[in-house]
Design a protein. Structure first.
Length: 437
């Protein structure tokens, strides 16, 4: 079985290394040896150390490599939308099997890849696109195919999980924790994709598509990052017996008209310390799946890095190679349900609202009246002097309100009215509360 490898960076070089080190085992598992037909790279002259590969295999002509008749499987670890989309569509239409780790492309235009795979008759596997080495997508696509999945909640970005874990452990602010993550190599020089939630949103779209048999794209995912999470938010969460995580949440449920829909969102949220995801620290990933027959399932492990991601890539390569030798292909895309995506305004959750208010009589009643007018029920209230100093009339105060479950649109309207009140100096933060307390 001959492979065309597109990309030889952090992940690609680990794929090459594992192919070399595990050659005998891979041959035994597949029933035929795996050989690299060529490796497409941007620059031929780059120093690749002691990579165990014939230098003559490198080429800058990715499309020419893909079109070769002796290529059976195309492995793409370049990333980005173009030119990767054109390359993979070409390979799939030609009947070649494709293994990709490209979460951005799958979330942006996975439909084009699935359609090309159906047209050409090859396999499309992408386990490495979500949660690195954690075996997650194939269980959703195959092991749980006879069950009904109702909800998927996960920590799927290691950079943000490291930052929030550091803020919780040390009391540091976001900027300080991000600096530490960068120094340790967990954050890129430009961390926007991670800290603004774009990376997690792409993964959420892939998870929702598989879990609910519905094509969900990145544009369908409500996305918020962690840049506004403060040390005060983390301290407030701790006082409630919670921690803050950047969660991807995909859920199946009925809308206001009773139609079955899906809701997909990524945002920071408080979760109780008793929740299985609360103890997931450092740069680890974890996904909590709730299925009707199987019940709650937890998938945990390293969600990024060259070796873990390469492990997932090689697992897919073994699967597609065995299928080609047997003359079969995997099950095609399952999007029969075609459920509509519910607007974020209809999502139901609890909220933690922190306000800076004037410290005078009647303030609490006025604030509570705003919540009541928008149908948002208050569960708890905590009030104290601003900044934790000595109380005194005429000074500002901190007011922390935790609500019962309410629609997101109702909470947004509540916050909008609160911002216009003379007694409210500022809405310091609004965080969702997930997982029950």
């Amino acid at each position: 079985m001959r492979l065309a490898l597109l990309g030889c960076g952090t992940v690609g070089s680990e794929v090459v290394r594992l192919l070399h080190e595990q050659a005998a085992d891979l041959t035994a598992r597949i029933g035929a040896p795996l050989e690299i037909a060529g490796i497409a790279v941007r620059r031929l002259g780059r120093d690749r150390g002691d990579l165990p590969v014939d230098p003559t295999l490198f080429t800058t002509d990715a499309l020419g490599l893909i079109k070769r008749d002796d290529v059976d499987v195309v492995v793409e670890v370049v990333g980005g939308i173009e030119p990767a989309r054109g390359w993979l569509v070409e390979a799939l239409r030609a009947g070649k099997s494709v293994v990709t780790a490209n979460k951005a492309l799958l979330a942006e235009d996975g439909a084009a890849l699935h359609d090309a795979a159906a047209e050409g008759g090859g396999d499309l596997y992408y386990e490495a696109s979500v949660a690195g080495a954690i075996p997650l997508l194939r269980p959703l696509r195959e092991s749980l195919h006879g069950d009904r999945i109702n909800r998927v909640t996960g920590i799927v970005n290691g950079t943000t999980n490291f930052i929030l874990s550091a803020m919780d452990a040390t009391g540091a602010g976001f900027a300080e924790a991000l600096e530490e993550a960068t120094e340790l190599g967990y954050a890129e020089a430009d961390p926007t994709a991670d800290v603004e939630g774009f990376d997690a949103a792409a993964k959420a779209a892939i998870l929702a598509s598989l879990a609910f048999h519905t094509r969900v794209g990145a544009a369908d995912v409500h996305r918020e990052g962690i840049t506004e999470v403060s040390a005060a938010d983390v301290a407030s969460a701790r006082a409630m017996g919670c921690t803050i995580k950047l969660l991807c949440i995909a859920a199946r449920g009925a809308d206001a008209a009773g139609r079955e829909t899906v809701s997909v969102r990524v945002h920071p949220a408080m979760i109780p310390l008793s929740h299985p995801l609360a103890s997931v620290g450092d740069a680890f990933n974890a996904v909590f799946v709730e299925a009707e027959a199987a019940g709650p399932l937890m998938f945990y492990g390293r969600g990024a890095g060259g070796a873990p991601t390469a492990s997932a890539v090689l697992g897919d390569v073994v699967a597609v190679a065995r299928n080609r030798l047997a003359g079969v292909r995997s099950a095609s895309e399952s999007a029969y349900a075609d459920l509509p995506v519910r607007p974020m305004g209809e999502a139901l959750t609890r909220y933690h609202v922190s306000l800076d208010v004037a410290d005078r009589p009647g303030v609490l009643a006025a604030v509570a009246g705003v919540f009541a007018r928008h149908g948002v029920s208050i569960a708890t209230v905590r009030q104290g002097p601003a900044g934790g100093g000595a109380a005194g009339r005429g000074e500002d105060a901190d007011l922390v309100i935790v609500t019962h479950v309410a629609p997101d649109a109702a909470l947004a309207a509540t916050v909008g009215e609160l911002r216009g009140l003379e007694i409210v100096r500022a809405v310091a933060s609004v965080l969702r509360v997930e997982g029950g307390l």
